[in-house]
Design a protein around this ligand. Structure first.
Ligand SMILES: Nc1nc2c(ncn2[C@@H]2O[C@H](COP(=O)(O)OP(=O)(O)OP(=O)(O)O)[C@@H](O)[C@H]2O)c(=O)[nH]1
Ligand SMILES: [Zn+2]
Length: 373
């Protein structure tokens, strides 16, 4: 039996970590007037052209100062941020190269996270193509990783992490799905698993794997960009949501988006027949506004997510089926691999934990986390 008290401590720890992360990236003050940005925003959901469904500052008489300070600014969304330069898509779809106002820069940790992809910003246009970012709106749904001890927000304001895998060419690799699931859990963003290229296999061969994920409460879709299976459902799911795409090269991310939104015309790569790998056809970040509302973020930083901010000791706690057992192990720092009196291994032995999931757990640890540098 899990000991409830300890597991709630784990939850607290997780929340603490998560909040630290949010705080670290949340530079959301109004640097024009010194007030919290959130106070200045008269929240209104707008669905404009290029529908990025977002909050926007509305000028009102009672907020005349605010109206004055934002009236001359353009609102938009950051598509990519490289150093201190950002590519921003204004609400009308126009693209700008923007620099970041000095006071925003000085608040970031060595200039890295003042403005990130996905941020809603207000900027001053200096030429028809260039601007200066003045404000950043409060963030939610942050996907981040840590590299050499530094936290790095990859994209902000995300509702779903869409984890795309392919049934064949390249073959299905559950360990990659598991890795993204942990990331989603840790970042507190809802994952959706998509298994594409279903036309290349007998779908019944995937039933037990899909059943195992579905039993854990994950949403799993089978799709084919080729035959159109599952595409209507996917389109409906993405409607009105902010989605980040994840998945290795060649699984069909661009192909799927092209059928979700006909006319998009994203470049499609070929999967090399030698090694069954894609070729990273998409190499720059893109924000794809969806015709019926919502948007998809396709950024190489997430697609090729290799480094992640998860230590070996945290993995079991992030896997919902393994988590209930971890506190019953004899050693508090048990990794559930070769230790004695391990409640996780006991649960695997009598099938309370699915053996394939335990296998996935071992792979995650051994392939990624316990590798010596
Ligand atoms: N049979 C089949 N082939 C597909 C399907 N979806 C994509 N493909 C093919 O898979 C190859 C790679 O597709 P892409 O859409 O470029 O894959 P991607 O995931 O965007 O790749 P990167 O941009 O490299 O990350 C192309 O040859 C597509 O035609 C599908 O559902 N079924
Ligand atoms: Zn154990």
């Amino acid at each position: 039996m899990p000991k409830k008290k300890k597991s709630s401590k784990h939850r607290t720890d997780f929340r603490k970590n998560h909040q630290g992360r949010v705080r670290g990236g949340d530079l959301t003050r109004d640097f024009t007037g010194g007030k919290e940005m959130a106070d200045l925003s008269q929240g209104e959901r707008v669905s404009g052209k290029g529908d990025l469904t977002r909050k926007r500052t509305i000028a009102t008489e009672s907020h005349s100062d605010d109206a004055e300070s934002t009236a001359h600014l353009i609102s938009g969304r950051v598509i990519s941020a490289h150093g201190l330069k950002c590519k921003v898509m204004a609400d009308d779809g126009a693209m700008y190269e923007c620099a970041i106002r000095q006071v925003l820069k000085s608040l970031s940790i060595d200039g890295r996270s003042a403005v990130v992809a996905g941020d809603y910003v207000w900027f001053r246009a200096e030429t028809p193509q260039d601007g200066m970012i003045q404000r950043v709106a409060p963030r939610h749904g942050i996907i981040c990783r840590t590299s050499r001890g530094q936290q790095h927000v990859i994209v902000a304001n995300i509702d779903y992490l869409l984890i795309i895998a392919s049934a064949a060419q390249p073959g299905l690799k559950p360990v990659l799905i598991d890795r993204f699931l942990l990331t989603a859990k840790q970042c507190d963003v809802e994952p959706v698993i998509v298994i594409n290229k279903i036309d290349l296999v007998d779908p019944t061969s995937l039933q037990s794997l899909i059943g195992a994920y579905a039993a854990l409460g994950f949403r799993v879709l089978m799709t084919s960009a080729e035959s159109g299976v599952g595409v209507d459902y996917l389109r409906e799911l993405l409607h009105g949501k902010q989605t980040a795409l994840a998945g290795q090269s060649g699984v069909g991310k661009s192909s799927l988006l092209n059928v979700v939104q006909p006319g998009l015309g994203l470049a499609i790569g070929r999967v090399s027949t030698d090694n069954d790998k894609g070729r990273h056809t998409t190499t720059t970040s893109q924000l794809i506004p969806l015709a019926n509302g919502g948007a998809v973020f396709d950024t190489p930083g997430i697609r090729q997510f290799q480094l992640w901010d998860i230590s070996a000791g945290e993995v079991a706690g992030l896997m919902p089926d393994i988590r209930p057992y971890v506190n019953a192990c004899r050693y508090p720092n048990c990794l559930h691999l070769s230790e004695d009196d391990c409640a996780v291994k006991d649960a695997v032995a009598d099938a309370r934990i699915d053996a394939r999931r335990y296998d996935a757990y071992c792979h995650l640890l051994e392939d990624d986390l316990l590798v010596e540098d």
